[in-house]
Design a protein around this ligand. Structure first.
Ligand code: ADP
Length: 270
């Protein structure tokens, strides 16, 4: 009996020791994780600051140059040319305004309301807004939405913003291409709806596929693309609990796929 008691008390001591050890390990892990989150935030902030100062410095330097020029031209009475310089300054200011307006979309309030959104309505709104870009590129939008699609979990304005972005990118991609059709399709999947926007442009090279969702990544000429559309779209869809991916379409061109959750009772997660 005494032996058994001693055995039990030894076991209890050992267990206590193990519990204390595990607690210490957990605390250590928690601290390490907090450190990583902090490091990640600093890295993101650093990346953002570098990108921002790059984006603003170039138009700022150019603006200064044109303003200097305008002064010299005015002193010499060459008002017409001075007017040209001032017009370019205005162009630069517009560009900086566009950048700062787009940046505001990054200041998303987490937990913004999500609703049950009718995809057909979102598509109709988006194709209207993207209409000018589509016509300018000579693109033909072919929409195919099967009847009976369930409503999706989204914010109506933000979903439209994503679709407009995908459509205008596709319009840019097919400009000057032989086949300028852009296909917007949707199908019901088990848990939600899959939307694809497919074009017949040059496509996205596999090496670039990862980077196109990065802020300020753009292959378009200065003044045409800010490189923010896809990174904003990616985050919006993530907020909806969905995914946005890019792939190569069979037969050439890019295909962007948006997966959204169904808002119908039973299929909605959280
Ligand atoms: P922007 O359109 O301002 O360049 P985005 O973030 O919308 O910024 O797109 C980033 C880049 O992704 C584009 O510059 C382009 O290189 C590539 N891209 C986007 N859509 C397409 C597409 N449909 N076909 C080919 N490349 C595309």
């Amino acid at each position: 009996m005494a032996e058994r008691t001693a055995e039990l008390s030894a076991l209890a001591t050992r267990l206590e020791g193990e519990v204390a050890e595990r607690r210490a390990a957990e605390e250590h892990l928690r601290q390490a994780q907090a450190g990583l989150v902090q490091a990640g935030k600093m890295a993101a902030l650093g990346q953002m600051s570098a990108a921002l100062s790059h984006e603003f410095n170039q138009p700022l330097a150019a603006t200064r140059n044109f303003a200097d020029n305008a002064l010299v031209l005015l002193d010499r009475g060459r008002t017409d040319e001075a007017r040209g310089s001032i017009a370019r300054i205005l162009g630069m200011i517009d560009r900086m305004t566009a950048i700062s307006r787009t940046l505001r979309s990054f200041a998303r309030k987490p937990g913004q309301k999500l609703a049950a959104v009718d995809l057909a309505e979102a598509v109709a709104g988006a194709s209207e807004i993207a209409g000018l870009a589509l016509r300018t590129a000579g693109a033909e939008l072919v929409v195919s939405l099967p009847p009976g699609l369930p409503p999706v979990v989204a914010g109506p304005v933000r979903l439209q913003q994503v679709l407009v972005n995908l459509l205008t990118n596709a319009a840019d991609a097919v400009e000057g291409a032989a086949d300028r059709r852009i296909h917007l399709d949707a199908v019901a999947t088990g848990a939600g709806v899959r939307i694809t926007v497919r074009d017949h442009g040059p496509g996205v090279a596999p090496a670039l596929a990862e980077r196109i969702f990065d802020p300020f990544f753009s292959t378009k000429e200065v003044g045409k693309g800010l490189g923010l559309g896809l990174s904003i779209s990616y985050n919006i869809i993530k907020d909806f609990g969905g995914t946005l991916t890019v792939g190569a379409a069979a037969g050439g061109g890019a295909v962007f796929t948006v997966e959204l959750r169904s808002a119908e009772a039973g299929s909605e997660a959280a």
